[in-house]
Ligand binder design. Structure first.
Ligand code: PTT
Ligand code: SF4
Length: 611
């Protein structure tokens, strides 16, 4: 087998045992890597209905066959587990040297189970695993901790770690790396914290064996050159994802005041142009020649790396219009290791709940100090913050603000308002991890194809994007932005994959693998909800109530809201494309068609399947 290392490292923190699981070509070709490996491992080895904070939850960190190889933007990995926030499948994607060095240490994936009695960190290198005490790091922020570890283990290492949010099992905690890369919105950092695992340090120097290393290198160099030739490259290098603020404002989808509006009256203070005026530099993930980590100085003079989602959710969504202050919240979120989207959603919810007298605390939109204080309370689990640390779904049900809690399946919505965007609402409704734009960022297509239609074509487009973004890129594992943002053609990835592995795949082979994994993930959700006694139904794929019940009051789409019957019809069309029944459960025939006959049998013991 070429391209893959063929080895998955299992570490049990309870008894400090390790084992190496060798897999063969058929597993590799069925699941490719990253999200594919994670979903299959969780399906096979996670006891159904498990409490996500049980020591038996599995933290899976997975790469793919082109991860870490010299090639465009391949320094990425997937972190996954059963989510404490949603109780379904959870994962996230991080750009990190950890991706490169895990592969160079000889592994394609790592599975951590058990729980260490005391805080610990792992060093994985040369076929060895060292368990080191982490008491002196516990309680420290991610920037300080990573610097300490880097000093100790040297520059040629990749480090994944958590901050105080993960340690305190805040369900919005992410896994961090390199002072500005974050992944695992569904609380994967909290799973790491529940295991008393502060950090993982990877080092190694073994490049995986490739089918044709010379040709691979040549093609990778051509791909790098091609990216630089693309017309969108130079503007991308100036503003990265931050120009999306201008775009979202112009199209009325910029989340504003807890997703009450799609335009922000102060958007020009926080957009890509404002960022460009303040820009101090840019950095990015390993192997990337179009780095998008633009950084500015925050209002205390510290470096903060800005992305669209961070600024929209910690800016317009909570009414803040000072980019330097937003940058401070953003930097602190990275230091604490908490998801900026989840944090911005929790703060926005609290401000609206305060305004509507659902809570007694006084939290005003646009009031930086109360936002900062509440953020700290969430991270350190104090008062109202403790409740919000459990996630929006839990907090809103407890407080009675269900209608203003903007989430799907417990994961807060990322930064696109959908009052006037039914396809994007569908994309959130059926995303693999809760409300995330990563699988099907259909909004730009929807803007070009009509905002108010609820068509079968839209349902199909969501499915199409899910297979490419949520499927292929999450399995390969490689950054999708060269394709999304500068239009690097998808064929480059097929050619790189074939040169690495020696296979002769076509694009259609990738799409089938992607469909398999998306269906497997849905089976996982259904199994877990059934096993926990919550049950599965179609309503789980509905977007937040607010978009149906509270119309926009300003902007180009004033008065717009979603129509529940038409949404439901479009959802039905989506189910027919993916081969799921009217409940949103994969049909037995679909599971069999995708080579998941064993999954079909297992799932049938939890719920009756339709053929
Ligand atoms: C992703 C989500 C996003 S998506 C953003 S900004 W974006 C937020 N970033 C956060 C952050 O930063 N700090 C923090 N404490 N919390 C954050 N939460 C939010 O998390 C990121 C880039 C971006 S920037 C995007 S779109 C693309 N995402 C990719 C993906 O998902 N898959 C893939 N194959 N390639 C991708 N490329 C791009 O990567 P989650 P990163 Mg992230 C600081 O993980 O859980 O999926 O949430 O990884 O290395 O920071 O790169 O406008
Ligand atoms: Fe990382 Fe941005 Fe480059 Fe993608 S484009 S690899 S997210 S720096």
């Amino acid at each position: 087998m070429k391209g893959w290392n063929g080895r998955i490292l299992w570490i049990d923190l309870s008894n400090r045992k390790i084992k190496i699981h060798e897999y063969d070509g058929s597993f590799a070709q069925k699941y490719i890597g990253g999200r594919g490996f994670a979903a299959r491992i969780l399906w096979d080895y996670l006891p159904p209905g498990l409490d996500p904070f049980s020591p038996h939850n599995l933290l899976v960190i997975a790469t793919g066959p082109i991860t870490g190889l010299p090639g465009p933007s391949t320094g990425k990995l997937v972190v996954a587990a059963k989510s404490p926030l949603t109780h379904g499948y959870g994962d996230g994607n991080i750009g990190s040297l950890g991706a490169v060095y895990m592969r160079y240490a000889g592994y394609d994936a790592l599975v951590v189970t058990g729980k260490s009695e005391k805080p610990v960190y792992l060093h994985i290198y040369d076929g060895k695993v060292e368990f080191s005490p982490a008491e002196d790091l516990w309680g420290r922020d991610t920037f300080t901790s990573e610097r300490i570890l880097r000093k100790k283990h040297g520059r040629n290492t990749g480090i994944l770690l958590i901050g105080p949010a993960g340690e305190n099992k805040v369900k919005l905690a992410t896994v961090m790396s390199q002072e500005g890369r974050s992944g695992g919105r569904p609380g994967i950092g909290a799973v790491m914290g529940s295991k008393n695992l502060k950090a993982i340090v990877f080092s190694g120097d073994r490049l995986p064996e490739l089918h044709d290393p010379e040709e691979y290198k040549k093609l990778a160099a051509e791909a790098y050159a091609e990216i630089k030739k693309k017309p969108a490259y130079s503007f991308w290098m100036r503003q990265g994802t931050m120009s999306t603020i201008q775009w979202s404002q112009a199209n009325g989808v910029l989340p504003t005041y807890n997703f009450s509006e799609g335009v922000f009256e102060f958007s020009e203070n926080i957009d890509g142009n404002a960022m460009e005026r303040m820009k101090k530099g840019q950095r990015g993930c390993p192997n990337c020649n179009m780095p998008c980590g633009n950084y500015i100085l925050d209002d205390t003079g510290e470096i903060s790396e800005l992305d669209y989602e961070n600024v929209a959710m910690l800016g317009s969504n909570i009414g803040l219009n000072d980019l330097a202050k937003i940058a401070r919240l953003n930097r602190l979120a990275d230091m604490w290791g908490i998801d900026t989207i989840g944090l911005g959603a929790a703060l926005g919810f609290a401000a609206e709940a305060s305004q509507s007298k659902i809570i007694e605390e006084k939290i005003d939109f646009g009031d930086f100090n109360s936002m900062l204080e509440l953020s700290e309370d969430i991270v350190y689990r104090r008062g109202l913050g403790d409740l919000l640390a459990e996630g929006l779904e839990h907090a809103s049900l407890k407080l009675g603000g269900d209608e203003i809690a903007v989430h799907v399946k417990g994961l807060s919505v990322s930064a696109y308002d959908c009052h006037a965007a039914p396809a994007m609402a569908l994309s959130y409704g059926v995303s693999t991890v809760g409300a995330h734009h990563k699988d099907a960022w259909v909004i730009s297509w929807e803007v070009a194809h009509g905002r108010f239609e609820y068509t079968r074509q839209k349902a199909f487009r969501v499915f199409e994007l899910q297979r490419i973004r949520g499927g292929v890129f999450e399995m390969l594992v490689s950054c999708r932005l060269p394709w999304v943002e500068v239009s690097l053609e998808l064929d480059w990835y097929v050619r790189l994959f074939n040169l690495a592995t020696g296979l002769s795949w076509t694009w259609d082979d990738f799409l089938i693998a992607a469909e398999r994994v998306l269906t497997l993930i849905r089976a996982f959700w259904v199994r877990e909800f059934q096993a926990e006694g919550k049950g599965w139904h179609r309503g789980r794929d509905y977007p937040p109530k607010k978009w149906f019940t509270r119309p926009l009051t300003k902007g180009p789409f004033k008065g717009a809201r979603l129509d529940i019957d038409r949404y439901d019809e479009m959802l039905g069309a989506y189910y027919s494309y993916v081969g799921w029944d009217h409940r949103g459960i994969p049909r037995a025939s679909t599971l069999e068609r995708l080579g998941l006959t064993d999954v079909c049998k297992d799932l049938e013991s939890f719920i009756q399947l339709t053929y």
